[in-house]
Design a protein around this ligand. Structure first.
Ligand SMILES: [Zn+2]
Length: 580
């Protein structure tokens, strides 16, 4: 067992807290040993009991069975599960070990968020957060208030608005923003990250006029007179991004530190960080070295910063907590802003079929190089044409090196609208479907309008994909969504919005059973993430990655799932969140 004084904060109120004090002096001696342990294991040894422990929660998912018998007790030593079973045997094996009493709460294998943007999660906490805004009027009021409390000439940045529920039924525009802030650039990202609205000062800063042509893979929205409305879609956002001051390393670190702390507190034990740049990797490595990284983070680089991982293959920091796995690529945009690439035009805008961002030849070169060094590829594809093409291109690369194809775990991020004919191709090619259940319960308000009834057949089809034998993993895409394991589990298993509403064209038959839903966040990511046998479960030999919720998710009433409280989070045996 490894003790470090910095850990004491996370243990405040925990019985181990007292134990640690006299050992603080020893910490320098054990530091080297701790760092050397795989996965940064420096856990608290303990006997966990007092609530159902779903030691094998997801392993029954292949046959769709929902029969899961929880263990009574778990013994953890040196970051690993050494016993799972009945309490009497556990007690005899764990004499003298500290007790962790669940007091009726339920323990699960550690939840993993397979798609997140941690820097964005942290920044959302630090800048103007618009995710609760319910109308254009509320949006402008929020901007006005923020401008008053954060005056200055520098651009005012915000993010998180989503107009799909707004009474005005339209995108915000520059006139809305000019009316409240005219003397300072304002740039407000839509929640999905695929669009932003700018005021006139920001358009000027970006150099955008009626004569500016749309960049490849993007669109400058224009009114009937041809004037830019302020809305920039997909790569057109690059026109303003290039003019904004780069994020300082200090801000980056603050954002990532906030995000990982928030994630541990929500019950996540691991996350796959998408579109990571080199500066973020530096900060993540530093956080791990400084023992400020409570959860495990897998990293997929932006194409611009993927040079190193594509040259040397996957690598990790000395603690093993941060693993740079590969590269994230974009095939298309998002459905809400009509950037998703569709096989047929949008039902509510027949002039467009979406945007193709990736180009074949240069993408194939990246895919083949990734195969050569066994790096993983996370390919963003939302539309049915985007998904088909991503599968086609991956198949083309795999054919060039079948042995390497078996060694990698490539994935399609979102796999959101898939033509039913393409569903079996995921399993056949060994491509992982990385899906975000909460997208469905948010998008299904506007998806029927965008797609029409026929194309909803293969939309957010995690049950059909699971049935086809594809490996499906669950994520949040936060800050696009909240980033909450309870909401994702609920959406996967219930497929209704948080108020319990649904509609026939939401395809309720695509809901998973509870065990399958649990697998999306536990055993399935373990497999997709090249983790050894035992990961994603709590059996002898498993790493002690444990998520404890106040409710029993496998049997709770639907409405009670989102109100479960994250009680305890354990990573490699280390208690990183304790709200018992
Ligand atoms: Zn994303």
């Amino acid at each position: 067992m490894c003790y470090l004084p910095q850990d004491n904060d996370s243990l405040r109120g925990h019985p181990l807290h007292k134990l640690l004090r006299p050992l603080a002096a020893l910490s320098a001696l054990v530091l080297a040993g701790c760092a050397a342990q795989a996965g940064g294991a420096d856990g608290d040894d303990f006997l966990m009991f007092g609530g159902p422990i779903f030691s094998d929660g997801g392993s029954a998912q292949a046959d769709g069975s929902t029969q899961v018998i929880p263990a009574e007790a778990l013994v953890v030593r040196d970051g690993k599960v050494v016993f799972a079973g009945d309490l009497a045997t556990a007690r005899s094996q764990a004499k003298g070990l500290p007790l962790v009493d669940l007091k009726g709460a339920a323990a699960y294998p550690g939840f993993v968020d397979s798609h997140v943007h941690l820097t964005g999660v942290g920044l959302r906490e630090m800048t103007l957060n618009l995710d609760q805004v319910g109308s254009v009027a509320e949006l402008t009021a929020a901007v006005k208030a923020w401008n008053a409390s954060h005056p200055g000439p520098e651009p005012l940045a915000g993010r998180g608005w989503i107009e799909t529920h707004w009474p005005e039924k339209r995108f915000p525009n520059r006139a809305d923003l000019d009316a409240v802030v005219a003397d300072r650039p304002v740039v407000l990202g839509r929640a999905d990250g695929h669009a932003a609205v700018l005021n006139s000062a920001a358009l000027k800063l970006a150099g955008i006029t009626r004569d500016t042509t749309d960049p490849a893979g993007g669109r400058i929205e224009r009114d009937a007179a041809g004037e830019p409305t302020g809305m920039l879609i997909d790569t057109a956002q690059g026109l303003i991004d290039a003019r904004l001051p780069p994020m300082s390393l200090a801000v980056r670190r603050e954002a990532l530190e906030k995000a990982v702390a928030l994630y541990a507190a929500r019950g996540w034990t691991g996350a796959a960080n998408m579109s990571t740049d080199a500066a973020d990797v530096k900060v993540l490595f530093a956080l791990a070295a400084d023992r400020k990284l409570p959860i495990a983070v897998d990293v997929f680089m932006t194409p611009q910063d993927a040079g190193e991982v594509l040259r040397r293959g996957p690598y990790s920091d000395p603690t093993g907590l941060v693993r740079v796995r590969g590269v994230k690529l974009y095939m298309d945009g998002a459905l809400g802003s009509r950037g998703a690439l569709l096989l047929a035009p949008y039902s509510d805008q027949p002039a467009t079929s979406g945007l193709q961002i990736a180009q074949h030849d240069e993408t194939l070169a990246i895919l083949k190089q990734a195969l050569r060094v066994r790096a993983d590829v996370a390919f963003h594809a939302i539309g049915d044409a985007g998904n088909r093409q991503a599968l086609d291109w991956m198949a083309e690369a795999f054919a060039s090196d079948p042995a390497a194809a078996k060694a990698v775990r490539w994935r399609i991020e979102h796999s959101q609208i898939v033509n039913p004919a393409d569903i079996p191709r995921f399993r056949k090619l060994g491509v992982v479907a990385s899906m975000q259940p909460s997208h469905a319960i948010g998008d299904l308000y506007f998806a029927p309008a965008r797609l029409g009834p026929d194309r909803l057949q293969g939309a957010y089809a995690w049950r059909s994909l699971t049935r086809s034998g594809a490996l499906v993993i669950g994520g949040t895409d936060a800050p696009v969504e909240v980033g909450d394991p309870r909401i994702e589990f609920y959406a996967a298993a219930v497929r209704k919005d948080l108020k319990g509403a649904s509609a026939p064209d939401w395809h309720p038959e695509e809901a998973l059973n509870r065990v399958q839903a649990l697998a999306l966040f536990t055993v399935n990511p373990a497999q997709a993430d090249h983790r050894p046998e035992g990961w994603g479960r709590l059996v002898v030999g498993s790493p002690a990655n444990i998520t404890v919720f106040s409710r029993e998710l496998l049997t709770a009433q639907e409405a009670d799932i989102p109100t479960a409280r994250p009680v305890l989070t354990v990573v490699n045996g280390r208690i990183v969140h304790d709200a018992r």
